[in-house]
Design a protein around this ligand. Structure first.
Ligand SMILES: *Cc1c(COP(=O)(O)O)cnc(C)c1O
Length: 384
């Protein structure tokens, strides 16, 4: 598919047809999985096909990367063995010791790694990035080189204004990387809002079936940092394997319909849970009462995602008891799959977490929303 066609078609069509790729040998409408770890050298010692070794050269991985790049409106995308591998590679590829501004509320695993980033010569300031004045105050001219923001952010679903952050960052000559795992390209396209790099834990919505661990980076335009990231992925051996890339491609074909249905169910559940006597706060950017709602209305198109959290009025023990009583919702970490998950986040996040003890996180799957509602309200009755 050429660039003009890609620009004309909806993300739904691009994903459903996997950019119209097919197998050139058999004309199969689904591509084979390319498993070869190494490639034949030509007799004149060259590699005319352009494929040398599996660390970096794999057609199945590249095909999934092309689709992600199209979905994000990116110049290029790279797949990694996990979201963490993708995220950490950005930092490891920074040219020199850098001051990093990062969202206070974000995926706990990456935050805990960032807390120890001093080992690599960098410094980090965690800021409530939904507060633009706080962000401006945190900038150190000449030192701040990277902004790392997550929106909506785990597990409070705070909203950071991507375009406003990009203005602040670019005025300071810094780059902006957005963890857009929760929003997906269907609801937010960070690169179009000015971000330099967008990151996904493809383990979540992009794959959507809880059977692949993968991570992706996509870049607005090629540059020195991106070249170092690409090189380092080979050096560290961090690329995704072809079988998982193929599964990811299969998952992404239904991304648009999945996330729209998940967001619709989440909105319907949230609407009915507001005012529930066991619940002190419902956290969802689609609610008019959510502090980030106005920015979310501007920045998110077509939906507010499939994630929400509840704070339980009676506190932490009651929250854990609610999670123990659901039958349909599955008690498990992760998010974005077709099955709905419930999790008491404070139990997993540990030290330094801004997550309140009374909070339960919900990842809405593709089950019937009424059945999810009845299961949850039955469980909530233990916290009245
Ligand atoms: C899960 C997750 C990650 C980490 O991704 P893995 O694929 O589990 O390594 C990063 N950011 C967010 C928002 C996530 O939900």
């Amino acid at each position: 598919m050429d660039d003009q066609t890609k620009a004309r078609l909806s993300l739904r069509t691009l994903a459903a047809q996997a950019l119209g790729m097919h197998d050139p040998v058999t004309k199969g409408i689904v591509q084979p999985i390319h498993m070869s770890a190494t490639y034949l050298r030509d007799s004149d010692n060259g590699y005319r096909a352009g494929y040398v070794y599996g660390h970096t050269d794999n057609v199945s991985v590249q095909q999934a990367e092309h689709l992600i790049a199209a979905l994000e409106g990116a110049d290029e995308a790279l797949l990694f063995g996990s979201g963490m591998a993708a995220a950490t590679t950005v930092l490891l590829a920074l040219e020199k010791p850098t001051h990093i501004i990062a969202s206070q509320v974000m995926y706990w695993g990456f935050r805990s790694w960032l807390r120890e980033i001093g080992r690599y010569g960098h410094t980090v300031t965690f800021v409530e990035t939904s507060d633009l004045d706080a962000v401006r105050a945190a900038v150190r001219p000449g030192e701040t080189g990277l902004f790392w923001i997550e929106t909506p952010s785990n597990p409070l679903w705070t909203i950071t204004d991507i375009a406003a952050i990009c203005d602040i960052a670019h005025a300071a000559d810094a780059l902006v990387c957005v963890d857009s795992t929760v929003a997906t390209p269907i609801f937010t396209r960070p690169l179009a809002l000015g971000a330099d790099i967008v990151m996904h834990s493809a383990t979540k919505y992009l794959n959507g079936h809880s059977d692949v661990i993968a991570g992706a980076l996509a870049v607005a335009s090629d540059g020195p940092l991106w070249r170092r990231i690409a090189k380092m992925r080979g050096q560290l051996g961090g690329a995704l394997n072809p079988f998982d890339a193929w599964l990811l491609m299969r998952g992404m074909r239904t991304l648009d319909v999945r996330v729209r249905a998940q967001a619709k169910s989440a909105a319907s559940l949230v609407e009915r849970l507001v005012g529930h006597p066991a619940v002190s706060t419902v956290l969802y950017p689609g609610l008019a009462t959510h502090p980030g709602h106005a920015v979310a209305m501007r920045q998110m198109t077509g939906g507010f995602g499939g994630m929400f959290s509840l704070r339980i009025g009676k506190g932490e023990k009651a929250a854990i008891a609610v999670a123990a009583c659901v039958e349909l919702w599955k008690r498990a970490t992760s998010l974005g799959g077709v099955e709905s998950l419930i999790e008491h986040r404070a139990s997993i996040e540990g030290e330094g977490s801004p997550c309140p003890g009374d909070l339960l996180r919900f990842s809405v799957g593709l089950e019937d929303a009424d059945e999810l509602y009845f299961d949850l309200t039955r469980a909530l009755s233990v916290a009245l």
